[in-house]
Design a protein around this ligand. Structure first.
Ligand code: NAD
Ligand code: UGA
Length: 467
């Protein structure tokens, strides 16, 4: 054992959410010699992570149950013992939420670092010996400085702060964690960087581990998400132009993406990006630019967000127009409520805004989703109704259906909002009789085929392909 290195045997992860749960499960699976304790203040969430029936764990991700069943109780533990696990950890991962501030200075744009700050204070108080603190949450540049300032108030203890942003995407988290494009570690303490890098090197090629200074690492995370969101807004802006000109967005995306300099990923046109991060991280980036008086840069990134909101609005408006300008007394089937396929996450899902717009026009919604519960849908719609424009919300104006047929029954239109595999296989020739006549299919995810819909009497609109 090299004396110049830190010994790591116990890890504590604060935050048992979409990042903390899957990322620690994958570390536990690849590093059986490490003991990993995930802690959270949310008792209900911890109870579900510890549930005997793995179907009840709080995060749905393909392959996650399998890994949790292998490591839970062996070297991966879930509890609410925040102080105790901080005390005995050699390294602490911060995987807590960093949402957009809703009040005070920077409200609506800046990140709320309250939860991160609470963690830093708890660590300053409870840690023993030298502790490595790893920022995995997405944060504004120079957040590590805030953490440092809180931690150094306790002069009897020592800490190394690292930035190690997470790049996993929901729905493919396990694959992303097992085979990442890169691991990014920013920091000042070389020994701490090596200690963290050695953990990842147990299953990831060392050449994929990028080491930078703290601020480059923090900013690279925000920039990566901004670039990804920008690609989606770019293709979505062109989808509208396709609809006016007879071009087909899928053909355009294929042709454009074939250029390696552009790349073929993230060119699927859709109802706008959702999820807990793209909007929040773009707003954070915009806030930082404004703070540093880089107004033109702020405006550039703001336009990415504006196109996203516009895309969602234009879909709602288009549905109303195609249904003769009114949705009163009309049933509409909504297929998919999660923000993308293969996740039960509904945060900032485009479905929320589009459903609220359709409800506002007087429709009744039959909502189907393979993984999202009705309780969750109600919470999202109710929260959204806090916006004055949507305060008409009535919980009785929609229902969650158990199957697709029930959703389609007597519907004047079906709107496909999430690209779940089950929706790709729908045989529309056999389903149209369930719907009222005339009825529409609105496919916002380009998962249906014009050829097969043309065999039916259904009217058809597909994003980026009007002809
Ligand atoms: P989440 O809301 O699912 O989970 C965060 C958890 O932290 C919650 O369960 C909360 O109860 C817990 N928590 C907050 N403060 C705590 C405290 N002081 N002590 C103990 N527990 C505490 O959030 P998430 O989606 O996992 O995201 C976490 C961070 O990772 C965010 O900064 C996000 O931007 C970033 N991120 C998320 C994703 C993603 O796909 N969701 C991907 C990459 C990065
Ligand atoms: C995104 C990034 O892809 C991750 O690298 C990052 O770690 C994460 O944010 C984060 O920081 O939280 P995620 O939001 O889970 O991951 O999922 P994405 O696959 O990026 O999808 C985001 C949204 O964009 C979804 O609504 C999706 O439907 C939409 N999207 C994605 C498109 O409309 N078109 C595409 O081509 C790709």
């Amino acid at each position: 054992m090299n004396k110049e290195s830190y010994t790591i045997s116990k890890i504590c992860c604060i935050g048992a959410g979409y990042v903390g749960g899957p990322s620690m499960a994958v570390i536990a699976d690849n590093c059986p010699e490490l003991e990993i304790n995930i802690v959270d203040v949310n008792e209900e969430r911890i109870k579900r992570w510890n549930h005997d029936d793995l179907k009840n764990i709080p995060v749905y991700e393909p392959k996650l149950e399998e890994i949790v069943s292998r490591v839970r109780g062996k070297n991966l533990f879930f509890s609410t013992n925040v102080f105790k696990e901080i005390e005995s950890a050699d390294i602490i991962f911060l995987c807590v939420n960093t949402p957009t501030k809703t009040q005070g200075f920077g409200a609506g744009k800046a990140s709320n670092l309250k939860w991160l700050e609470i963690c830093a204070r708890q660590i300053a108080e409870n840690a023993k010996g030298h502790t490595i603190i790893v920022e995995k949450s997405t944060v504004p540049v120079r957040t590590a400085e805030v953490l440092k300032n809180i931690l150094i108030t306790n002069t009897k203890k020592s800490f190394s702060i690292l930035s190690n942003p997470e790049f996993l995407a929901e729905g493919s988290a396990i694959n992303d964690l097992n085979n990442p494009d890169r691991i990014l570690i920013g920091g000042e303490d070389k020994k701490a960087i090596e200690a963290l890098s050695d953990i990842y090197a147990k299953w990831i090629d060392k050449n994929k581990i990028i080491k930078t200074n703290l601020w480059s690492s923090e900013l690279s995370k925000l920039t990566s998400n901004a670039f990804l969101a920008q690609k989606i807004s770019s293709i979505n802006s062109i989808s509208a132009l396709c609809e006016k000109t007879g071009a087909d967005i899928e053909e355009v995306a294929k042709a454009v993406g074939a250029d390696k300099r552009i790349g073929d990923k993230f060119l699927a046109s859709g109802p706008g990006f959702g999820g807990s991060c793209f909007q929040k991280d773009l707003l954070n980036l915009i806030y930082l630019c404004e703070y540093f008086n880089l107004d033109e840069v702020a405006k550039y990134w703001e336009s990415v967000l504006n196109i996203n909101l516009w895309q969602q609005k234009r879909i709602s408006r288009l549905i109303v127009e195609k249904l003769f300008g009114t949705l009163n007394e009309k049933k509409i089937a909504i297929l998919g409520f999660s923000f993308k396929a293969n996740t039960n996450d509904t945060r900032e899902s485009p479905a929320i805004k589009i459903c609220m717009d359709l409800l506002k026009e007087g429709s009744f919604l039959n909502i189907h989703d393979p993984k999202v519960t009705s309780k969750q849908i109600n919470k999202e719609l109710k929260d959204y109704s806090k916006n004055e424009e949507y305060n008409f919300y009535n919980e009785n104006s929609w229902e969650k259906t158990l199957d697709i047929d029930e959703a389609l029954k007597d519907a004047s239109a079906v709107v496909i909002l999430t690209e779940w595999e089950v929706y790709k296989d729908i045989d529309w020739e056999n389903k149209e009789f369930l719907m009222s006549s005339p009825a529409w299919i609105f496919d916002t995810r380009t998962i249906t085929e014009r050829k097969s819909i043309n065999k039916t009497n259904l009217n058809y609109w597909r994003i980026g392909n009007e002809f």
